[in-house]
Design a protein around this ligand. Structure first.
Ligand SMILES: Cc1cc2nc3c(=O)[nH]c(=O)nc-3n(C[C@H](O)[C@H](O)[C@H](O)COP(=O)(O)OP(=O)(O)OC[C@H]3O[C@@H](n4cnc5c(N)ncnc54)[C@H](O)[C@@H]3O)c2cc1C
Length: 372
């Protein structure tokens, strides 16, 4: 230790990077961010990586303050009592405060054959494998996308626009998080792109084989490439480290994002949960939770009471291929309403949202470069 307050940020996604940049702006802070990759993954563009319209990665040097030390490794355990983390590459890092920002990824589907024979788009490595699998099949071979939440809708549209034969198995309803009236332009666009949309109680996958998907009721769909997008799961690091988690494995915190077990551990992003203040796992939440987690730590260091986090949601932006999209507006508490922007302007809003998010990280890095 060097007389400074040592903060270890575990995970370099939207939550971790925004927290690290905010912390690094203050004198007297030494911030180390641990992430398994040398590049930042723009997860909100991973469906674009699959078709090649974006590579979905950015250099950490562009989006993270120069004073933040990047350690390329994976945290395997948090020792809360000893205030240190163990690294997969060997060794450990001590901390005064820890930001838990390990994010989310694919959830274990729990359907026979799904773990072996489906692809994921929710993390970089999964999206890269999917791109290779698609490249190894001809465009005429059938592709099945399972799950019609935002990730499934965007993936199905992107692939169909790229000329693939896509069936979207919704599980129940198309776009469950959308307002009923906003579902219509989404369904229309998918139909225009030639996506076969299966909705309703029988549109549930019960088994996956290397070349087929079986639905509730016995119907079988031929499928050369099957993509599982239903739901996000979180890493089990908190649970493995003996910290309190919910049934999904998210670190349980109070409304200041502080772990209920230890005031030195603060969560940012998808991997934390506030039972009294639930929020949707999203980039939109993570970029607000990162700075809020940093503020909780800074207030605690200053001997002040940490303040409850306040979040503001504007809506959900969906790209439906490169040419069209739908923006679903919401009330500030994330409850959706019937307002929308669809068509080409909808795609424009989504693109602006992606660029705005990245620019926010870049400007955070610049501010972190000049200390107050
Ligand atoms: C295709 C797609 C499209 C999306 N579109 C949108 C959208 O339009 N709008 C929106 O709001 N959200 C969207 N999301 C969701 C959004 O990407 C996530 O909610 C967001 O990335 C969460 O940010 P985070 O910082 O919590 O975690 P992440 O971005 O998941 O980052 C977590 C980081 O922690 C690292 N990590 C994990 N475990 C460890 C460990 N043990 N040690 C060290 N590092 C670790 C991970 O490798 C990763 O780099 C989309 C997601 C996908 C997959």
């Amino acid at each position: 230790m060097n007389g400074k307050t040592e903060v270890v940020v575990v995970g370099g996604g939207y939550g971790g990077v925004t927290a690290a940049n905010r912390l690094a702006r203050r004198d007297g802070m030494s911030v180390t961010l641990v992430n398994p990759r040398a590049d930042f993954v723009e997860r909100i563009r991973l469906h674009q990586l699959v078709t090649g319209s974006d590579d979905a990665v950015e250099d950490f040097r562009k989006i993270m303050g120069a004073q933040v030390r990047l350690v390329i490794d994976t945290v395997t355990r948090i020792d809360a009592a000893g205030r240190q983390v163990s690294l997969a590459g060997g060794g450990s890092l001590s901390y005064d405060y820890l930001v838990y920002a390990v994010g989310s990824g694919a959830v274990g589907p729990g359907v026979p054959g799904a773990a072996e024979f489906t692809h994921r788009v929710s993390d970089l490595e999964g999206a890269e494998r999917l791109r290779s699998a698609l490249a190894a099949t001809s465009a005429s071979e059938p592709v099945t996308v399972v799950g019609a939440g935002p990730t499934g809708l965007e993936t199905a549209a992107e692939l169909a626009e790229a000329g693939r034969r896509v069936t979207l198995v919704c599980g129940d309803v198309l776009g469950p998080s959308l307002h009923a009236r906003v579902r219509r332009p989404v369904a229309r666009r998918l139909t225009e792109l030639g996506v076969a949309v299966l909705e309703g109680p029988s549109a549930r996958v019960t088994e996956v084989t290397p070349d087929r998907v079986r639905l509730d009721g016995g119907r079988e769909l031929p499928s050369a490439v099957t993509i599982w997008t239903a739901g996000f799961g979180v890493p089990d690091l908190a649970a493995r480290s003996g910290l309190s988690t919910d049934a999904e494995g998210r670190l349980i915190t109070d409304t200041t994002l502080t772990s209920v077990d230890d005031e030195r551990i603060v969560a940012a992003g998808d991997a934390g949960v506030m039972p009294d203040h639930p929020f949707r796992m999203s980039c939109q939440a993570a970029v607000q939770l990162g700075p809020a987690a940093a503020d909780t730590i800074l207030r605690r260091i200053a001997g002040k009471k940490a303040a409850p986090v306040r979040m503001f949601f504007a809506g959900q932006c969906l790209s439906l291929g490169r040419d069209e999209g739908v923006t679903q507006f919401s009330y500030p508490d994330d409850k959706v309403n019937a307002l929308r922007i669809s068509g080409r302007p909808g795609a424009g809003v989504k693109e602006i949202a992606c660029r705005f998010t990245l620019n926010k990280l870049v400007s955070g890095a610049r501010k972190a470069g000049s200390r107050s």
